[in-house]
Design a protein around this ligand. Structure first.
Ligand SMILES: [Zn+2]
Ligand SMILES: [Zn+2]
Length: 346
């Protein structure tokens, strides 16, 4: 079968390898869609300390079951499934307390295990053990189902930031994650949703699809001033930074309303993670700053439901479909931000 394997930073190879076999407790799937994101670009360029090459990349996975390993029950060949990306251990103190997104023993598809840039893939027993294999509801395509994983991360972020009815929400960063944040905030009953980005072209493309109440080009205007103007000086109830930008995080504090919540959804570069925080803003305005680290298996199941119910449409966000042979083009398109969501159909 064909796979795209990471060998070293800048060295991703299209290779022919034997099909994997489902061992006891595992499930083998025919990958139908594996979508790409900024993480794939980062891995391609810099590698990752959890990846021991060669490793098949790809973590936004949907496909159909072709073979069951010994002892697997409840599934059949032909079942359409979506696979979680982050695998909690299910046994540590955090997992026992229900904090599965921050399991210190977390492993990931495409990092510790071969991922979905392949014609076939084995779902590890550990995924099945934590209910990380989800049945794709009728009417949901494989490409849409593959977006359940990023949507699950967005859902985790908005739960932690308590996005609720009537909230004015600012999303900073108009990539695919920013688009999902706008859609989910709407589904949760947000009042107004504003979308900001430095890049006017990317912002226009995203805004054309997800239709925020205002699109703010932070390359051309002062985003803090603009948000204060739009909210009658009050600021936003929730500010979500879906960009790897310390400046955006600092601005987020300044544009939050009293008792506002700020989600540092996107992480910062490892070598530059320190920001200046006006602690008195946090103190007097009773601000809450929250992080977000991936998603739990339960978030994936709920995200799939949101897609199936039409609460969060995702089909129109998939603007490029490429074959496995074109994986390098996919990485390049994602790196340039030239599409909203790019999916690989192996
Ligand atoms: Zn991703
Ligand atoms: Zn754990």
């Amino acid at each position: 079968m064909k796979v795209a394997r990471f060998h070293a930073p800048g060295d991703l190879r299209l290779e022919e390898v034997p099909e994997p076999v489902a061992r006891p407790g595992e499930v083998k799937i025919r990958v139908r869609n594996c979508s790409t994101c900024g993480t794939d670009v980062k891995i391609y360029r810099f590698g990752h300390h959890h990846i021991r090459p060669p490793r098949v990349m790809g973590h936004e996975i949907a496909g159909e079951i072709v073979e069951l390993g010994e002892g697997v029950t409840g599934w059949s060949p032909g079942d359409r499934v979506q696979v979680i990306a982050a695998i909690p251990c299910g046994e540590c103190e955090e997992c026992r307390r229900g904090h599965r997104t921050v399991c210190p023993n977390q492993e990931s598809m495409g990092y510790h295990y071969d991922g979905g840039f392949a014609q076939y893939m084995v779902v590890p027993a550990k995924v099945l053990a934590v209910d990380g294999l989800n049945r794709v509801p009728d009417g949901v395509g494989f490409a849409e189902a593959s977006l359940a994983e990023p949507l699950a991360c967005v859902l985790n972020g908005q739960e932690l930031a308590r996005v609720c009815e009537g909230d004015d929400v600012v999303v900073v960063g108009s990539g695919p994650i920013g688009c999902l944040h706008v859609r989910l905030a709407r589904a949760r009953g947000a009042g107004r949703v504003f979308l900001a980005d430095l890049n006017a072209e990317r912002l226009a493309m995203a805004a054309g699809l997800v239709r925020p109440d205002a699109a703010i080009c932070s390359g051309e205007t002062d985003v803090v001033d603009e948000v204060l103007k739009l909210t009658g000086g009050r600021g936003a109830d929730v500010v979500i930074t879906a960009a790897a930008s310390g400046a955006a995080q600092q601005q987020a504090l300044q544009m939050a309303a009293r008792q506002g919540r700020i989600s540092f959804f996107g992480g910062l570069p490892k070598d530059d993670p320190i920001i200046a925080c006006d602690s008195n803003l946090v103190h007097y305005r009773e601000l809450t700053i929250v992080g977000a680290n991936g998603s739990s298996p339960a978030h994936n199941a709920r995200a799939l439901r949101l897609i199936a119910d039409g609460a969060v449409p995702v089909a129109d966000l998939i603007t490029r479909r490429l074959g496995l042979d074109e994986v390098m083009d996919a990485i390049d398109v994602v790196a340039r931000g030239a599409a909203i969501k790019v999916t690989i159909e192996p």
